[in-house]
Design a protein around this ligand. Structure first.
Ligand code: SAM
Length: 162
């Protein structure tokens, strides 16, 4: 029996493996990085510490993270992503080098429905060669799903490239 602790650990390990892989793969790109879902700010903190030369923008309804993981005001996009992602397309165009999404909660059916809803809003933001990492399966038309990097657990993280 896989326990909730097992699932949690698999998710954390997979997030780190996929984010590190995506950072390395997009290292030569200079477009912005988008973190969708700040939460406690662990993955944001990891990306901010590991990424150099690229702005890391954070999208969330509110900022309620650990004090060490608060994004700068000018890199914070507040609001529901259903509204802020289309606004981001007007502002940035298809320039994002890396998008990481961890917007879900405990209800897997709701997470899947929400991933279907926002996939068409995320897809046009990614620059050619850019990578999207998600905790939920996404439903893209033109992005390719990539094999998971070493250390990631199947089903706990998904990686896509334009
Ligand atoms: N990856 C984060 C970390 O390492 O701490 C955890 C993210 S947490 C699971 C999910 C976050 O997504 C929450 O902060 C929540 O407010 C945000 N979120 C969920 N749905 C959203 C929506 N529709 N618009 C904006 N933010 C949303």
């Amino acid at each position: 029996m896989v326990t909730r602790l097992d699932l949690f650990i698999d998710r954390m390990v997979s997030q780190r493996a996929c984010i590190d892989f995506a950072i390395a793969e997009t290292d030569a790109m200079d477009g912005p990085v988008f973190e969708l879902g700040l939460g406690n700010g662990r993955t944001f903190h990891h990306m901010r510490e590991r990424i150099t030369g690229r702005d890391v923008y954070v999208f969330d309804r509110s900022v309620e993270a650990h004090p060490d993981s608060i994004p700068a005001d000018h890199l914070t996009v507040l609001g529901d992503v259903q509204e802020t992602l289309p606004q981001a397309l007007d502002r940035f165009g298809a320039t994002a080098s890396l998008i990481h999404a961890d917007l879900g909660g405990h209800n897997l059916e709701k997470n899947d429905a929400f991933a279907r809803l926002i996939s068409p809003l995320v897809e046009p933001l990614l620059a050619p060669g850019g990578i999207m990492v998600s905790s939920d399966r996404m439903y893209f038309d033109a992005l390719d799903e990539m094999p998971l990097p070493a250390g990631a657990v199947k089903g706990r993280c998904f990686v896509y490239r334009r």
